[in-house]
Ligand binder design. Structure first.
Ligand code: PRX
Length: 585
């Protein structure tokens, strides 16, 4: 990794601003979150609600007729929604939920493509005081069942094709009371199944005005499931007060200003798609583009040109795919509207930062955070020089540390565990009904991120790697256990061990080592069948891209699969300490 500063490659990005940057990192002075809290608009009853901060405060003021959402559908449809319209629609959905008996703290899950109704339902759920659980629409039945079951969700809001995809699991969920179906613009002919509720009918029957439930800043608002090394994914639960940091980092790390057209490419099934694809722009009253279509280099640049996007937040895998398509593609488009671009989710190669200069006329600003942190924690913020390859410096009000395994500070330049001083506003407050796991993330006054990193003399942080077996594929965390569990459900599979294999585009791909049941012959057809089986159960993203048959898997004497060893063997690296390895005979 290079440690050169940006100046050695190009001019400091601070010179490129067409508007005044809103944070000078060397002049932050004594920072106090109270200052940011006081910029929020508290509820009349003294509470705090994310939907009020993102929607109603603007709808009730001068931004009432300002466009909040420009939606471009996958078939080229266009719909615009003002803050005022968003208020009316989210009020109605909140009322519909109350009609169905939803109360404060109930869980309502979303399993939808990127359609406007997803955003309406999202904020309607928050207005009703319930907890929203967004699900990635590419998921197959297993991840959807695990999440609905664990959270005890009462309502699932989905669309006809996705409902069909997971039909088999819906009857296995005793807590699930209703399934609401959104048939966007009548796209699907056979929309409702017996027992389903129709979104349009529920909206029509609901009152047009709704008083937001007086949630406190400490009430639960959103849960996102995230993968760890062991067990199934855990539901990281956030509180309404996370919006304080989402709002502030929208200004500091994404440089949002009043007249921006902002585009976050992340899917709302993941935390970036909610914290920065909803909360950050809308708490700042900024117009954002929601593009339903998938990735295609030319289509993406066309979006920027057509909608005059000014601030763009994307991810390293996407940038690497754009790089692969070549600079000729962006050069065919007028991208002069762009003022600021940023990236998150995986390490951003220094070359990718610099490529931005050539391709879009500006570097990408890398920043770091996690599902658990709820908001950006460390960033190459708008107002400071970038160091390509670094994730920047901690945001004001956040203390990061690099410590050894005994929590002693590690000197600048040396690798260690990345830890955070607890109680930043966006901090998750629970893993849903798993306090043991939650508590295990806090030790000796620090929150343990699970990442390894180092800090340089200038206070810039550099990502080194994960401290555990979690795989980061195209910016999405995949827990090996989840994939192994799905694989061993295949009738011919005896055991499976899953690792992340380095990949030039996706950073890592999911690779599985599989041993077959006695008497089963290895074959290409069987390998393909196991892959298809995993893709249908999980999703193309989570399922293994490579499967290798092995006679048996290395295990510890207590029977744990030694993924570290599988990885070392895959990469041709030293196998390290194998003293706990079980004998093969
Ligand atoms: O390992 C780090 C990596 O992604 C993890 C967080 O993933 P998730 O909980 O899905 O949150 C996504 C929202 C950002 C981190 O623990 N990661 C995130 N940002 C970076 C990163 N790795 C390197 N550089 C980054 N900028």
């Amino acid at each position: 990794m290079t440690t050169s500063t940006f100046e050695t490659i190009g001019k400091p990005p601070v010179d490129q601003f067409k508007v005044k940057p809103n944070l000078d990192p060397d002049n932050v002075g004594e920072f106090d979150w109270e200052q940011v809290y006081s910029e929020l608009d508290w509820l009349p009853g003294g509470g705090l609600n994310k939907a009020h901060e993102a929607i109603d405060r603007h709808a009730n003021g001068p931004r009432r007729d300002k466009i909040a959402m420009i939606w471009e559908g996958k078939n080229g449809e266009r719909e615009d929604y003002t803050f005022g319209q968003m208020k009316e629609l989210t009020d109605r959905f909140a009322g519909a939920l109350q009609n169905l008996g939803i109360e404060t703290g109930d869980r309502v899950f979303l399993f939808l493509d990127r359609i406007p109704e997803l955003y309406i339902a999202f904020f309607g759920i928050l207005k009703a005081g319930a907890v929203v659980g967004p699900l990635f629409s590419a998921f197959g039945p297993d991840p959807v069942r695990d999440r609905l079951e664990d959270s005890g969700a009462k309502i699932l809001v989905t669309q006809p094709d996705l409902r069909r995809k997971v039909a088999e699991i819906l009857s296995q969920l005793p807590a699930l009371e209703h399934t609401i179906i959104i048939n966007k613009n009548g796209r699907d002919e056979s929309a409702l199944e017996a027992g389903d509720l129709d979104y349009d009918a529920q909206m029509e029957a609901a009152p047009s005005d709704f008083s937001i439930v007086n949630t406190s800043q400490y009430d639960y608002s959103i849960m996102h499931y995230t993968s760890g090394t062991t067990g199934k994914p855990k539901g990281a639960v956030h509180r309404h007060q996370a919006c304080v940091q989402q709002y502030a980092t929208g200004k500091w790390a994404l440089d949002l200003h009043e007249d921006d057209i902002y585009w976050c490419t992340a899917d709302p099934g993941w935390v970036t798609g909610t914290s920065y694809g909803m909360m950050a722009p809308w708490t700042n009253g900024v117009t954002q583009l929601i593009y339903e279509g998938g990735f295609r280099a030319s289509a993406w640049f066309e979006q920027i040109q057509k909608h005059k996007v000014t601030v763009w937040y994307t991810a390293p895998t996407a940038i690497r795919m754009l790089m692969k398509a070549g600079v000729a593609v962006p050069h065919r488009y007028d991208l002069s509207s762009l003022r600021f671009s940023a990236s998150v989710g995986e390490p951003l190669n220094p070359e990718a930062v610099v490529w931005g200069e050539e391709a879009i006329g500006m570097p990408f600003h890398d920043n770091w955070w996690q599902t658990e942190t709820g908001a950006i924690m460390c960033a190459n913020y708008a107002a400071m020089p970038i160091k390509p390859g670094s994730m920047g410096r901690p945001i004001p009000g956040v203390e990061l540390g690099i410590v050894d395994d005994d929590f002693n500070a590690v000197p600048a330049g040396e690798d260690g565990n990345l830890v955070v001083r607890p109680n930043w506003p966006g901090m998750f407050h629970a893993y849903w009904e798993n306090s043991t796991m939650y508590n295990s993330r806090f030790k000796k006054g620090w929150y343990i991120t699970g990442d390894r990193a180092r800090v340089d003399e200038d206070g810039y942080f550099w990502f080194v790697g994960r401290a555990d077996d979690v795989i980061n594929t195209a910016g999405h965390l995949v827990g090996p256990f989840e994939v192994e569990s799905a694989l061993i459900e295949h009738p011919d599979v005896a055991e499976a061990g899953v690792i992340g294999k380095p990949d030039p585009i996706a950073m890592e791909i999911v690779k599985a080592f599989v041993s077959l049941n006695d008497g089963v012959e290895e074959s290409t057809a069987l390998r393909n069948d196991i892959m298809r089986f995993a893709r249908e159960k999980l999703s193309t993203m989570v399922a293994p891209r490579e499967i290798e048959f092995v006679p048996s898997l290395p295990k510890t004497r207590s029977g744990k699969i030694m993924r570290r060893l599988l990885k070392a063997r895959e990469l041709g690296l030293p196998e390290g300490d194998t003293s706990t390895l079980e004998d093969d005979d």
